[in-house]
Design a protein around this ligand. Structure first.
Ligand code: MN
Length: 278
């Protein structure tokens, strides 16, 4: 059995987005050729309301999909197509912005912990101008696979242990798992050959890769492209996300919330937004 090795560990950098939501960004579209089909990963985790209450006022997207996973807290979503959704603990919103959507996300709390992730997944050129859609997936729609060692795997997208995640088939063929292990346990996860794979520490300590690199919370490991992913814990428990997807190998140009294949398409995206064609 080939085990994927850790190629690099991303430590993230502090930044803010929306109307001033403080977050840690692990990568952005500038690193996207390396992490294709993934474009961006943000973690928001704060019990200080001033870090998140301002939320994300209306803003556009075109050319890709945004995936929000709430661990703790509640956020309301609204868009210019008349959709509204309430994202609660353990829930996921998978939004395909495709040819264009203007949306806003507002925290539904003014105290306590707000903790979650936003991932951007690219679309191939043939689908960047498709119809947008979104799925609000409540926590109870996400199957939980109980491991013999006492651990659990929540299957958000893709397949694990004979369970299929609720996210409809996507061009990037993504796998999105939330793996929670007790101490002294391990799990092996098959990922299609050639797919990009990332492991992101949520809590505790997870050992990953051929050299059992210790991954802490708020660290993101980029794995090699071939073989299975092995997670293990030592004397502490560990929880981590596994993200994988098929690279498209297409040119990536981006400007703020737009990610396209050419400068001309990017220019068009800005013009369409400015003239209300979004
Ligand atoms: Mn957004």
């Amino acid at each position: 059995m080939t085990i994927r090795s850790v190629q690099s560990v991303l430590q993230g950098y502090a930044t803010s987005d929306g109307a001033g939501v403080k977050l840690v960004r692990f990568f952005d579209p500038r690193q996207a050729t390396q992490l294709d089909p993934f474009l961006l990963l943000d973690e928001f985790r704060s019990a200080n309301a001033s870090d998140y209450v301002a939320g994300f006022p209306p803003h556009p997207h075109r050319g890709f999909e945004t995936v929000t996973y709430m661990i703790v807290g509640r956020m309301k979503h609204k868009d210019n197509h008349g959709n509204e959704g309430d994202l609660g603990p353990g829930g996921v919103q998978w939004m395909s912005a495709a040819r264009g959507i203007i949306h806003e996300e507002r925290p539904q709390q003014d105290q306590g912990l707000m903790f979650g992730y936003q991932l951007w997944v690219n679309l191939p050129s043939a689908q960047k101008m498709s119809e947008p859609f979104y799925d609000d997936i409540e926590a109870d729609r996400i199957p939980v696979c109980a491991l013999a060692n006492g651990g659990t795997v929540r299957v958000i997208a893709g397949e694990f242990g004979g369970m299929q995640g609720p996210v409809r088939p996507r061009p990037a063929e993504p796998t999105y798992l939330d793996v929670d292990l007790p101490a002294n346990a391990s799990v092996t996860i098959a990922v299609p050959r050639g797919h990009t794979a990332l492991v992101h520490g949520v809590t505790g300590k997870i050992c990953v890769g051929t050299k059992a690199t210790v991954l802490l919370a708020r660290q993101c490991a980029v794995l090699s492209r071939d073989g299975d992913v092995v997670f293990a814990t030592g004397s502490e428990t560990g929880r981590a996300l596994l993200l994988s997807g098929k690279p498209f190998g297409e040119p990536i140009v981006h400007y703020g919330p737009f990610v396209m294949n050419t400068q001309a398409e990017l220019q068009q995206a800005v013009e369409d937004y400015q003239s209300g064609r979004c």
